[in-house]
Design a protein around this ligand. Structure first.
Ligand code: 1GP
Length: 249
């Protein structure tokens, strides 16, 4: 599958809601993937992201094989470490944690990843990853040993995002962290979006349809939700494709 990035741009231009369901193989059993994906397919989800902060080696491939046997939705790696790079995905968010000052997560892991990416057909999408504090310490903060950006310094968040764009990154990902207490505020999303000429991903702590709508209205081009689906798969019912909704006559 080619053109993942191009499609994100096209969908964004026509204001199509783009929702990525995040599957963390550390938090889901392989045998439950098929029923989970059936629910994903009935929803408005447009992408599947796969990865996590602490995924055991060599299980990502098996998850992707299983996911792809049930859906044609694009599967994009969202790796917490290089052991999560699997060649059977469609693409990879090639992340650099530009909110942090840990060289390992700015450039070190990326160099280590190069031999693993050689001879794959993965679409590599350079992504500036910005972690913003959300009220509790999340696993990204713990694993990366970086300090999240303060929610109150919006100018600095905007400048960081713009610096990512100037460095040639194709996407900016505003991250509140998995299971965040508060999602990224719409004010932050809209200011960052107005600064950028590249698509914006927003994730972390989005638990309701209203949170999703707020992020989209504020300017997120792609919203990522993981924990809310892990905790309650009935949430998919609130995000059904329009044609599957029962209309009252
Ligand atoms: C985490 O942004 C993603 O990296 C999704 O966060 O699990 O809180 O939805 P949640």
């Amino acid at each position: 599958m080619k053109g993942l990035y191009k499609n994100i741009i096209i969908n964004s231009e026509i204001d199509k809601t783009q929702l990525a369901v995040l599957i963390d193989p550390d938090k889901m059993k392989l045998k439950n993937v098929s029923t989970f994906i059936e629910k994903v397919k009935r929803s408005i989800a447009t992408h599947i992201l796969i990865g996590g902060s602490e995924v055991k080696e060599n299980i990502v491939d098996a998850f992707i094989t299983e996911i792809k046997s049930h859906t044609n939705l694009p599967v994009i790696l969202f790796p917490g470490d290089i052991n999560q790079i699997a060649r059977n995905a469609d693409g990879i968010l090639f992340l650099s944690l530009i909110s942090g000052r840990n060289p390992e997560y700015l450039i070190g892991k990326q160099i280590e990843a190069v031999p693993k990416l050689a001879n794959t057909s993965l679409e590599i999408i350079p992504t500036g990853y910005i972690l913003i504090e959300n009220g509790k310490k999340t696993s990204v903060e713990r694993v990366s040993e970086t300090i999240p950006m303060s929610r109150s310094n919006i100018d600095l968040i905007c400048d960081t995002a713009k610096a990512g764009e100037f460095l040639g990154m194709k996407l900016i990902y505003l991250e509140a962290g998995s299971g965040a207490t508060h999602p990224i505020e719409p004010t932050i999303i809209s200011k960052v979006k107005s600064t950028l000429n590249i698509p914006l991903i927003v994730g972390g702590g989005i638990r309701t349809k209203m949170d999703l709508d707020k992020a989209i209205i504020a300017g997120a081009d792609l919203v990522v939700i993981g924990t809310a689906f892990e905790e309650d798969e009935t949430f998919f019912e609130e995000l059904l494709k329009p044609e599957l909704k029962i209309t009252a006559n």
